[in-house]
Ligand binder design. Structure first.
Ligand SMILES: CC(C)(COP(=O)(O)OP(=O)(O)OC[C@H]1O[C@@H](n2cnc3c(N)ncnc32)[C@H](O)[C@@H]1OP(=O)(O)O)[C@@H](O)C(=O)NCCC(=O)NCCS
Length: 343
């Protein structure tokens, strides 16, 4: 190989999967209650103008107290199964990506299994913050490609409002609740998921974290008033790393699929900040019109973000059979990933 020539690392080579895996149904759910920027003006020192200009967000949806992550996830899952024309009993595998599980034990995926009646499935959760949906899709892909199962339900669901510090204007304006789901099955004619790239950088864990409530700092009577079970974020650092990591993930996944940015019909990015999306569009040299953006209405819904956007794009006929789609996400961990899919 001549020096300077591209030499892909072995783990990035397109794997020789026994069978291709594609999306056969999509679904999403957001709670009814709308929290507009104007409502936040009553909680913290902020303004609709600042929030919209700096993030692109106008409003977000907030779940009721008795509406848990499993309820959001089950609603999205039912819609995905309906759009696929598949009964819940046909599902072999349920993966829920979430950082806001109903309970630590059991997994939220098991609760979803019970709510939708998927009696023949095995179910577990994945924790990769806002990148969780793409991580879960890639895990489910392996199960199907390697013939361990035939039908998988992948759900990204988060009730981030349960982790938000409503006195912190740096974070409380960003997040919303919701769930997005896809049904994965082997594709008969190839296509489907063409490539996926996943990476994390644990050295940057502190820039986006919930410090308390785990085994490191359990919440006790002594620290209960310290607000430790809420989200802490260094916004500027997060922004900077998000753009670099997401662009790297996009190019690596595209390279693995043997495609160029210009081959992509629609980019569905994690909906965190419209300025992050604009920066990615600029670096990929893909017009912004090719990006599906819904964050003005739903805000950052964490693991649900790409699933909700994909379902909305699908139902709005923004994507057609044969289109190449690019999904790209970034989240706490730090985690990041990109997936190329032929619809
Ligand atoms: C959070 C974010 C919107 C802040 O925007 P920014 O342009 O970087 O703003 P800065 O943090 O530099 O703050 C600029 C000023 O606005 C203020 N500010 C922060 N939040 C504000 C709010 N909601 N309303 C009004 N002012 C606010 C800051 O206090 C600061 O004031 P100062 O200059 O007097 O100190 C932006 O950094 C961001 O989106 N980062 C990525 C976050 C993210 O996506 N997280 C999830 C990843 S999955």
């Amino acid at each position: 190989m001549p020096s300077g020539a591209h030499k892909p690392s072995p783990r990035l080579c397109p794997p020789a999967f026994p069978r291709a895996v594609g999306v056969v149904g999509t679904g999403s759910y957001v709670p009814e209650r709308v929290l507009a920027n104007a409502d936040l003006e009553a909680l913290v020192e902020t303004s609709d103008k600042w929030i919209f200009e700096r993030t692109g967000i106008r409003e977000r949806r907030i779940a009721k107290d008795d509406e848990f992550t499993s309820h959001l996830a089950a609603a999205a899952a039912r819609r995905a199964l309906e759009s696929a024309g598949i009964a819940a009993t046909e599902v072999d595998l349920i993966i829920v990506a979430t950082v806001t599980p109903d309970t630590l034990v059991p997994a939220t995926a098991c609760r979803v299994q019970s709510l939708i009646g998927a009696t023949n499935a095995n179910a577990f959760d994945i924790s990769a913050a806002c990148t969780g949906f793409l991580y879960a899709m890639q895990v489910a892909r392996q199960f199907i490609a390697n013939r361990i199962c035939g039908t998988a339900l992948v759900i990204g669901a988060d009730k981030l409002s349960s982790l938000v510090d409503w006195t912190d204007r740096n974070t409380c304006v960003l997040f919303g609740d919701g769930a997005g789901a896809v049904v994965l099955r082997p594709t008969e004619h190839g296509g489907g998921i063409l490539a996926s790239f996943m990476q994390s950088n644990g050295n940057l864990a502190e820039i986006l974290q919930v410090p308390g409530g785990g085994s490191a700092i359990p919440i006790t009577a002594a620290n209960a008033d310290q607000n430790l079970r809420t989200l802490r974020m260094n916004g500027r650092e997060t922004f900077k790393h998000a753009v670099t990591a997401m662009v790297h993930a996009c190019f690596t996944a595209l390279d693995t699929a043997g495609l160029k940015p210009g081959d992509i019909a629609c980019v569905i990015p994690h909906q965190a900040n419209v300025r992050i999306i604009e920066a990615i569009a600029d670096r990929l040299d893909v017009p912004l019109e090719k990006f599906f953006v819904n964050l003005s209405r739903v805000g950052n819904t964490s693991a649900a973000s790409i699933g909700i956007a994909l379902d909305e794009a699908n139902r709005a006929a923004r994507i057609r059979r044969g289109d190449r789609l690019l999904f790209v996400a970034f989240g706490g961990g730090l985690t990041y990933a990109a997936t190329v899919l032929e619809w």
